[in-house]
Design a binder for this molecule. Structure first.
Ligand code: 26W
Length: 818
């Protein structure tokens, strides 16, 4: 092994340089005297990977020896983004790497840009999983993540003539140095077939005879903690054809087709579903869910059995967290393995299941709750359907005892939904079988308790908890905003806040210090210039860093109301056009930045993207407007684009119709970076208000408790004149494409406007005017910005994960010695 000493790889620049050159030659296969940026990136990554593997092994050995209770985090999606910068920072070797590269004539930042994103997720839920993995490792928790190794991540968004087009993201094309392929760690996952009754060792057993078997192969992605040797694991499964050949299928003589059929197994892990709205009831999606869940559960049980003789201690050693209901087939899978294969009796197995599972809900929209058609389940997973029916039978009996024959209630709460399409309600299954159900913010939890899962809350109030989401300050300050990171450490006199986020409050003591304010502004300006350069390079629009950068970056959804933002911009444009010269001097120049992907089948979201471009086209090319207003759409918004946009933003919008955003995590990232928020009183924003005070943000709009009444009013709702005027402009074709935009306009007027844009428009404009006023006074703005960062401590995923560890998972840190 390269640069080895005392069993550890050395981290000084000279040793690193030698390792990099060795990897150029032996791994990349290039001459050490001639290689380009990408090859240097590959060699550097492999040198970092070696160090990760070393720590990974030590950590797993240590866990094995100590045998602590472990957490397994099951998620169908992880949005990891890039790994290089994060890894070298968490390993504490960034400066040494930079030095080593400098002497070779390379620049670390340039190499870091060579890496593509690992985009194995859609949005908030998936990035939350990534931040929580970082916190789990940093806080020394014995935790592993489990997921799917999609060959195609979330589609790339390409904009042509203002329309979104989706291109496949074949992210493994250029290799992936951050994973370790373990061809020998694999499990058979079964599908289809029948269930037979048999006598086995004197037990009456159900035996599932599958119709198809697919192999799950492990790919491990080391997750290094910061300031610790602990390096945990994200194990992703890839589907491969099973090695056991059914001779019959080859006997037909059609050898070619037999092989091709088997090869189809790989489609299971080939593509991430890009819809973050509703459950589609597609067979492939169900196969993906079961595939990753079954391999993970088999792996977990195998590991437990390595050091335990029976399952008595299982609940003291294992906690399983379900990231939404997507992995909830893990519940019947654990039952099946325990009862059918390990011959644990049903009662004991059920006792175990009820103690080990917990789940988190990430949506408020009932349409987002998964339902699996019974027909589909009975053909794909016949044994699991039986198990679910058995669980439901006992549950319904329990309900009858408690509530009597209240059939309405019984049918609402049943795991099985009768109706045109008989289905399994995955949320109800999870509610029945988990010991804890978490919302992702306080208001979200209240909505779950009083509306979405009201019946279950009445039955089991103690199961309902909430853990407000958080984000990792390592990724969202240290990696993405090194300038601000250095400034924070300088003024706090320590960098300990990177592990202990509460210290960041200490910035409040310096908020009046003119020197800090000056330095704060400088750092922010450098970030704005970097962002301006990126925007010019990407879409050719020149913007001035003197303007206020106002951003809205998130998936495109009606409830997130990007449309409200665009209507506000049209209104602003109109106002400027109607101003005389002297009034224009008082206008605060703005650059409005919108970024986000629309689900491929979500027509209205796609129209919103087109409208954004059409409006931008008009405004940006209007010489009469000059530098006072620009609207740009940043294409292909993803984690690494976020890392660039967030540090360079002055104002950010989180303007969902109150009661619709379960939590929101973008608001936390922007807050940490000193970006002010313009927001509705929704999701985690409510808790942000408690931390930084409403005087340091711009709030507007109807409150969650008013929404139902407002909706009921329908056309009787007051809508300001400015709103109708702006919609009229779109209808009249001022921005072109009037036929295409008609349905968008219709959704805002008449009996439509479900998301209350018209109702909130006046107060939205007022909040925007307040933001303008605050920006004019740069000293005040800078102080508010500092107070945002200072007040962001509660929104670290370290806090979230700490709460889960204590209240839900009941796990303790297990710190591997250096
Ligand atoms: C089955 C289709 C589907 C797929 C994904 C439905 C719903 C989803 C996710 C739950 C959508 C999602 O990412 N939700 C977001 O989760 C974040 C993390 O908790 C929250 O901050 C956001 O408010 C929530 O929209």
């Amino acid at each position: 092994m390269f640069g080895l000493m005392d069993g550890f790889l050395k981290n000084d620049p000279v040793s690193l340089q030698k390792d990099i050159l060795d990897h150029v030659e032996y791994t990349v296969g290039r001459s050490r005297f001639s290689f380009d940026d990408f090859e240097a990136y590959q060699a550097l990554s492999h040198s970092v990977r070696d160090r990760l593997i070393e720590r990974w092994h030590d950590t797993q050995q240590y866990f094995k020896r100590k045998d602590p209770k472990r957490l397994y985090y099951l998620s169908l999606e992880f949005l990891m983004g890039r790994s290089l910068s994060n890894s070298v920072i968490n390993l504490g070797i960034k400066d040494q790497c930079a030095d080593a590269l400098n002497q070779l004539g390379f620049e670390f930042e340039v190499l870091a840009e060579q890496e593509g994103d690992a985009a194995l997720g859609n949005g908030g839920l998936a990035r939350l999983a990534a931040c929580q993995m970082d916190s789990l490792a940093t806080m020394d928790f014995p935790a592993w993540g489990y997921g799917l190794r999609y060959q195609y991540g979330l589609f790339r968004q390409v904009i042509l003539d203002g329309f979104q087009h989706e291109q496949p993201d074949y992210w493994l094309n250029f290799g992936n140095p951050w994973e370790i392929e373990h061809l020998r760690i694999s499990y058979a996952v079964k599908f289809y077939g029948t269930v037979e009754e048999k006598q086995l060792d004197g037990h009456h057993c159900k035996v599932w005879v599958p119709g198809e078997t697919v192999e799950a192969v492990a790919y491990d992605n080391p997750i290094p903690g910061y300031g610790t040797r602990n390096t945990t694991n994200l194990r992703l499964w890839a589907a491969k054809p099973n090695g056991h050949y059914d001779l019959e299928s080859f006997d037909t003589g059609d050898y070619i087709n037999a092989v091709i059929n088997r090869q189809r197994a790989e489609t299971i892990s080939s593509i991430l579903y890009p819809d973050d709205r509703s459950y589609q009831g597609k067979e492939l999606r169900l196969k993906q869910q079961y595939f990753f869940v079954s391999a993970s559960v088999q792996d977990i049980i195998r590991r437990f059995k390595d050091s335990h003789r029976n399952f008595d201690q299982f609940p003291e050693k294992v906690a399983l967290q379900l990231n939404d209901t997507h992995p909830s087939l893990a519940i019947p899978e654990v039952m099946r393995i325990l009862v059918d294969e390990e011959l644990v009796n049903w009662h004991n197995a059920w006792d175990i299941v009820r103690k080990i599972f917990s789940f988190t809900v990430h949506t408020v929209v009932p349409g987002g709750l998964e339902k699996i058609p019974v027909d589909l389940l009975s053909s794909l997973l016949p044994r699991h359907l039986q198990i679910i029916y058995d669980i439901n039978f006992s549950f319904v009996e329990e309900l009858k005892k408690r509530f009597g024959l209240d059939y309405d209630r019984l049918s609402r709460m049943s795991i099985v939904e009768e109706g045109a399409v008989k289905s399994i309600r995955m949320a109800n299954l999870s509610l029945v079988c988990c010991h804890a159900i978490d919302g992702v913010s306080r208001i979200h939890s209240d909505i779950l308790k009083t509306r979405v899962f009201k019946d279950f809350f009445e039955l089991w109030p103690q199961k309902f908890q909430y853990k407000t989401n958080g984000v990792s300050q390592r990724r969202w300050i240290v990696v993405s905003n090194p300038g601000l990171c250095a400034l924070i450490s300088k003024w706090l006199g320590t960098d300990a806040w990177i592990r202990d986020i509460d210290l960041i409050m200490g910035l409040r003591d310096h908020v009046e210090d003119a020197e800090l304010q000056q330095q704060w502004k400088m750092v922010r300006r450098v970030n704005k210039i970097r962002l301006a350069e990126y925007i010019e390079a990407m879409i050719g629009v020149k913007i001035s860093p003197d303007a206020m950068f106002d951003v809205q970056i998130k998936r495109i959804h009606e409830y997130k109301r990007q449309l409200l933002n665009i209507l506000g911009i049209i209104h602003r444009y109109d106002c400027i056009k109607n101003m005389n010269k002297s009034d224009r001097r008082n206008v605060v120049p703005r650059v409005c930045i919108i970024g986000g992907k629309a689900a491929p089948g979500y027509e209205i979201a796609k129209k919103i993207i087109k409208l954004c471009h059409a409006v931008g086209e008009t405004i940006n090319n209007d010489p009469d407007i000059g530098g006072l207003l620009k609207l740009v759409f940043i294409p292909d918004y993803n984690v690494s684009v976020a890392e660039l946009v967030i540090p360079g933003s002055d104002l950010s919008q989180h303007i969902s119709t109150a009661g619709h955003e379960a939590s929101g995590t973008g608001n936390m990232k922007l807050l940490m970076n000193g970006c002010l928020l313009l927001a509705t009183v929704d999701g985690s924003t409510i808790e942000i208000i408690e931390e930084i005070g409403k005087e340091n943000m711009f709030l507007f709009g109807a409150k969650a408790h008013e929404v139902a009444t407002l909706r009921a009013k329908g056309q009787a709702r007051k809508v300001p004149l400015q709103f109708s005027r702006v919609v009229r402009k779109i209808r009249d074709g001022y921005f072109g494409s009037e036929v295409y935009f008609k349905s968008l306009c219709d959704s805002l007027e008449g009996s439509g406007d479900f998301y209350l844009l018209g109702n909130d428009f006046a107060s939205y404009l007022e909040a925007q005017a307040e933001a303008d006023k605050a920006f004019v006074d740069q000293e005040r703005w800078t102080k508010m910005s500092i107070l945002c960062t200072a007040g962001s401590g509660r929104f670290s995923s370290d806090r979230t994960v700490g709460e889960y560890a204590e209240k839900t998972w009941r796990i303790e840190p297990c710190r591997c010695p250096f």
